[in-house]
Design a protein around this ligand. Structure first.
Ligand code: AMP
Ligand code: ZN
Length: 117
């Protein structure tokens, strides 16, 4: 299920380009276009879900696949030992901009405090 008006669905279908890091049957990982760290990769299910809650409640197995793919991305980027961070924004206070669920994988430098306010 893809949404023709969704930015990340367009990346899944190839309508928009991306720099792929990892791909499985159901999951895609690609570099963030505006990186905040040396490693900044977005991990998404190919099917469209608006946020983490929608994904987890609709397809728990797929949610687990996305999580495992994030760990695989960290390994492929060589940051498993140095450390990395997963982040998922949901809703306005979190600043969610793209309403196709995505996990940010950050690494490659000390990442500082967990949140800035
Ligand atoms: P969020 O604020 O969690 O919704 O994050 C959306 C992220 O998507 C931001 O970090 C953007 O830099 C990133 N982004 C937006 N458009 C693209 C694109 N075409 N390719 C890769 N990353 C993108
Ligand atoms: Zn989508």
């Amino acid at each position: 299920m893809t949404d023709p008006d969704c930015l990340f669905c367009k990346i899944v279908t190839g309508v928009l380009p991306s720099t792929k890091v990892l791909e499985t049957d159901r999951v895609l990982a690609f570099r963030d276009i505006n990186p905040d760290a040396p490693t900044h990769v977005l991990v998404i299910p190919k099917d469209h879900y608006a946020n983490v809650a929608e994904l987890a409640r609709s397809d728990a197995a797929l949610a687990a696949e996305v999580l495992a793919a994030a760990a695989d991305v960290a390994a492929a980027e060589g940051v498993t030992e140095s450390g990395w961070r997963l982040l998922a924004n949901s809703g306005p206070n979190a600043g969610q901009e793209v309403f196709h669920v995505h996990l940010h994988v950050f690494g490659g430098k000390p990442l500082g405090p967990m949140i800035s306010v």
